[in-house]
Design a protein around this ligand. Structure first.
Ligand SMILES: [Zn+2]
Length: 276
């Protein structure tokens, strides 16, 4: 699943390689998918997309947002975005295929679930998750400082939560999900089950620094190694805590990395570095 580092990386790649391209044809919802959602009727997408120019892209929380000359395209965390140079293969199943006038194309395929959203410039996309991502400062910016982090975690109902719920639910930090969470907590040497209100002040500082530094490292290295970029290549940030490293030695202390189910997903921890 795309999270902030991958959304930002995909947007950077789109800005480098796709800006200025003109859309010749668009095919939406060709492959039926139970859990792919669109904005209105996808049959209306070609009319919006055809003849539009691609102007810019940005990562916005878990979203990749593309600005076109006459509208917007928005892809969320469950969508695989791939650029196809002329000779490249195109996935058999896709929820949106954009053919550019130079013969290249961009495909969007939904894996388990995901949104492929398009709207005209004169309209707005009134979606709570998107509006939240627009309104909150990104952890990659200076606006996300310690004072802001403290305000985010101050409410008594947040203080009662375990760290996994604090960081990776309710879009408290847009784009930070269960994937990035694992390394953020491992770097901070904190357990996902620890309640926020049990943390000492230096632990809160560590949590803040790790949130910013780890997301920054993941972004600067082109996303996590467990995810793919616009060209289908794995990201350059080697994930320490994931299904891939489960059962292997912790890179810090050598203890065996443990997997357990917690709050609707797996958590990977080092029993030595991340004590409860
Ligand atoms: Zn360890």
């Amino acid at each position: 699943m795309i999270e902030l580092p991958e959304a930002t990386t995909l947007a950077q790649q789109i800005n480098l390689s796709l800006v200025g391209k003109s859309i010749q044809a668009a095919i939406a919802a060709q492959s039926p998918h139970k859990f792919a959602w669109y904005n209105g009727d996808p049959a209306d997408y070609p009319a919006i997309l055809e003849d539009a120019n691609l102007q810019s892209a940005r990562g916005l929380g878990m979203y990749v947002e593309i600005t076109l000359s006459n509208g917007f395209l928005l892809f969320n965390d469950g969508v695989n975005l791939r650029f196809h140079p002329t000779a490249g293969p195109i996935p058999a199943k896709h929820q949106l295929l954009i053919n550019f006038s130079d013969g290249t194309s961009l495909s969007a395929s939904v894996a388990m679930y995901g949104g492929v959203v398009c709207w005209e410039k004169s309209a707005t996309y009134d979606n709570t998750y998107y509006q939240t991502a627009l309104s909150k400062p990104s952890p990659l910016t200076n606006a996300f400082d310690f004072a802001y982090f403290q305000s985010l975690i101050a409410p008594p109902n947040v203080q009662k939560l375990p760290l996994k719920a604090v960081l990776a639910t309710e879009q408290r930090i847009p784009g930070l999900g269960n994937g990035c969470l694992q390394d953020i907590l491992w770097v901070a040497q904190l357990h996902p089950r620890r309640k926020l209100n049990t943390l000492a002040e230096d632990e809160v500082r560590r949590l803040f620094s790790s949130t910013k530094d780890t997301l920054k490292a993941m972004t600067e290295q082109g996303g996590r190694s467990t995810e793919k970029d616009l060209y289908g290549q794995a990201g350059g940030y080697q994930v320490h805590m994931s299904a891939v490293t489960n059962g292997k030695p912790c890179p810090r202390c050598g203890a065996e990395i443990k997997k357990e189910a917690y709050l609707g997903g797996s958590i990977y921890t080092c029993p030595n570095c991340q004590k409860l």
